[in-house]
Write a protein that binds this ligand. Structure first.
Ligand code: ZN
Length: 137
């Protein structure tokens, strides 16, 4: 099953990554089972952001609280690999314990999507661009 990403979300992630050529950027993905609708960039609090990422827990908890209150549903997160490639590092795989969550990895102008399966496994997911909003009247 492929997952779609909105044009706005894709643009935002690519822009964030482009603005940070030396450190990984990261953030949360919101939407549904098979779609990414919006994103929330968060601070990367990793000790060594040049080659790792850790989402700011305060931002994560705020998003969880918001979701419980009927807000946007968290479906996963994204992070960048400034030096590429757009696939999980060994460290990413080791951190993939959040079964079902989407992992989006972005590098220069390119992104790939993965879903956490069994602990320590990230399975590739086809990522498609969502259709533009209809202008029919
Ligand atoms: Zn990574």
């Amino acid at each position: 099953m492929s997952v779609t990403i909105s044009r706005a979300a894709r643009k935002r992630i690519l822009a964030e990554a482009a603005q940070s050529p030396n450190e990984e950027v990261c953030g949360l993905l919101f939407g549904g089972e098979s779609r990414i609708v919006s994103v929330l960039p968060t601070i990367n609090i990793a000790d060594n952001p040049a080659n790792s990422f850790e989402i700011d827990p305060a931002a994560l908890f705020a998003a969880i609280r918001n979701q419980r209150g009927g807000g946007e549903r968290i479906v996963g997160h994204y992070h960048s690999h400034p030096e590429g490639p757009a696939r999980p590092s060994v460290r990413d795989t080791e951190m993939a314990l959040d079964t079902g969550r989407l992992w989006l990895i972005v590098t220069a102008g390119e992104m790939s999507l993965w879903r956490a399966g069994a602990p320590g496994q990230l399975e590739p997911v086809e990522l498609a661009l969502a259709s533009p909003p209809s202008n029919r009247q």
